[in-house]
Design a protein around this ligand. Sequence first.
Ligand SMILES: Cc1cc2nc3c(=O)[nH]c(=O)nc-3n(C[C@H](O)[C@H](O)[C@H](O)COP(=O)(O)OP(=O)(O)OC[C@H]3O[C@@H](n4cnc5c(N)ncnc54)[C@H](O)[C@@H]3O)c2cc1C
Length: 409
Amino acid sequence: MSDAVAKPRNDARNVDIAIVGGGLVGASLACSLAPLIERHGLRVAVVEAAPMLDAASAPWQPSFDARSSAIAQGSAQRFRDMGLWPAMAEQAAPISRIHVSERGRLGVTRLLAEELGQQALGYVVPNAWMGRVLHRRLAELPLAWHCPANVDCIEPEAEGYRLTLSDGSEFQAGLTVLADGGRSGLKERLGIGSDEVPYDQVALIANVEMSQPHEGTAYERFTREGPIALLPLPGQQMALIWTHAAGREGARLALSDGDFLTELQRAFGDRAGRFRRVGSRHAYPLALVTAREAIRPGLAVLGNAAHSLHPVAGQGFNLALRGVTDLVAALELALGSGESAGSMLTLRDFEARRIVDRHNVVRFSDGLIRLFGIDNGLLSHARAAGLVGLNLVGPLRRGLARRAMGLER
Ligand SMILES: Cc1cc2nc3c(=O)[nH]c(=O)nc-3n(C[C@H](O)[C@H](O)[C@H](O)COP(=O)(O)OP(=O)(O)OC[C@H]3O[C@@H](n4cnc5c(N)ncnc54)[C@H](O)[C@@H]3O)c2cc1C
């Protein structure tokens, strides 16, 4: 694999597919389109607002404060299909067991990869590394890469949309895929509304170093303040996602490293060992945001632009990647039968493949938060029983594990 970053390959005025956003989801879609570009001569443009770091001048380093994602087995398989897994796996840590517990309650649930006949329940990959692998692949593809450039304006036309970029260029696309993370205002300007349920919670994330090997264990601990997740990273490092009631994260962000580690140890306990070191801390406000429309003629909405979930169940990117797979499958079928990429026939097929999975995952991760977020005596016992019950009742626990692995929709 070359060290080059993606560069423009053509400056077509008209493209079949324009992807707005070259983040995790937009870049995954562009890479997944490679076989269709080759087979059907599909013209694809990707527009990404943030400048890419030049690999030569800023070599990738396993930075101590980067965000990491839990990648389900199903997602690893999707990266395998794209030919990208060997490179992703260079910095991926396998999850061999998941340990779920609740502070002050007896119940503990362990999900073991070996019980399910799997080598790993999933993997944890630093987002910066996933980005690096995806963008290196993009650089090899014959597509138009506009970066850094912002899509400033998007207007419907008879056949698709006209996109105007911040560098003054414009082009027309038969299908425009909004993969802009949902924060650019483009969705709103198109009149696509969203349903937003704020959780009044903020995720504080950081990488931490432990005193003992994690042996591939991912921890999910539900506390009165909110869930704490610890995901294994290579070596003795783990990715921390510590959920706080909104407004309470500021004090923790301001603590010295030593005081932060003491408070974290107190909240999490010592089942994973001692917390030795912490990298820089970042805060993400949490809300459940779902777009009311996923498709329009010539338009599809993907990734965080379509659904932004609570990170507790590690489902957001995994769900989005299944959306990428389904969109590519719908496009393949359409192009093979002479249908256009942006026709409603193509997009209805895509939406029909998505609707149940999206609904189930949104309900699953939101339900988990609500179940563990309510401080009520009766419910607490039910939760403890539920966790113990999950331990006792094999099929139920296996069902949860299969969903967590992305093997079940
Ligand atoms: C704390 C936290 C932990 C998480 N952990 C997990 C996990 O373990 N597993 C999991 O599956 N998911 C996880 N998620 C969810 C996951 O991070 C998201 O699903 C994923 O990042 C969504 O990617 P995206 O490409 O849709 O959006 P983004 O990552 O927001 O990317 C959007 C891109 O579009 C670009 N852009 C924006 N506007 C424009 C414009 N107008 N023109 C051009 N480009 C534009 C941006 O620069 C950006 O690069 C987590 C989320 C959080 C907050």
